[in-house]
Design a protein around this ligand. Structure first.
Ligand code: SF4
Length: 248
């Protein structure tokens, strides 16, 4: 994994907390999950910042900048982590660059240990065709787990309405695979709420969304969807794969 922190606007650094034990983190989840279930997204982020300080970060796939924008309004300078798989659309990289340039966040780009060329040499060309689970494990799951190493809690933009896999997404949950607190401030948001927030705050949106890509991942594994299709159906289309493994 390589890491590049490309924005030094560290305006926000919450109280430098000592890392909590796993038991303590689980205790936090057991209380906060129910208490914050109906809270507005801004309140959920405020709680996470107050609870975890600089051991809390936001992740973004740069499909849009809604969560990054919302978090930056609550805590300017907050850490935003972007995972660059090496297979992103140019528009996604451009959205990341625009987020860095326009929002008060500390943006960190995380890359897999191997470049695409190195992975091709080690595993054969186009691993995403032959074994997408392994490709995702190498290019998404492992680098993100490493990047989250020093954090106690991380935020995602997961929404219950996105897919049937996500309908039980907790607002505050325990991420068993990473052994961290997972915060999903937008879990209860509908598509209309996202669109409303984008319009109200003039939030950056990946331009591919205007070109039929309603869920945006790596270019080899993403296709356009029709207006009446499930947005997530454009991901790993034609296979049984529905998630990259980050959210399992
Ligand atoms: S989404 Fe596709 S290209 Fe990207 S890491 Fe997973 S299998 Fe590889």
């Amino acid at each position: 994994m390589t890491v590049a922190t490309t924005n030094a606007a560290r305006l926000f650094k919450g109280s430098a907390t000592q890392g909590r034990t796993e038991a303590e983190l689980r205790e936090v989840v057991s209380h906060a999950g129910a208490e914050l279930e109906l809270a507005p997204a801004e309140v959920i982020v405020e709680w996470a910042v107050a609870t975890f300080g600089e051991r809390f970060c936001v992740t973004s796939s740069m499909g849009d900048a809604v969560l990054a924008h919302l978090a930056s309004q609550v805590a300017p300078g907050i850490d935003v982590v972007f995972l660059d798989t090496g297979y992103h659309f140019a528009e996604t990289i451009g959205t990341r660059d625009a987020v860095e340039a326009t929002l008060p966040v500390t943006l960190t780009t995380v890359s897999p240990r191997q470049s695409v060329a190195e992975q091709d040499a080690a595993y054969g060309k186009d691993l995403f065709v032959r074994d997408p689970d392994l490709c995702c494990a190498l290019r998404k799951v492992a680098p993100l787990e490493e990047a989250l190493g020093e954090y106690d809690a991380w935020a995602t933009g997961l929404r219950r309405q996105e897919t049937h896999n996500r309908v039980i997404t907790p607002v505050i949950g325990w991420d068993e695979s990473k052994r961290k607190v997972k915060v999903s401030p937008l879990a209860r948001w509908t598509h209309a709420q996202v669109e409303g927030y984008v319009a109200e705050h003039d939030v950056l949106v990946n331009p591919l969304q205007l070109d039929g890509y309603l869920s945006i991942g790596c270019w080899p594994c993403t296709r356009r969807v029709a207006p009446d299709e499930d947005p997530r159906s454009g991901r790993w289309s034609g296979t049984s794969k529905t998630e990259c493994g980050i959210h399992t």
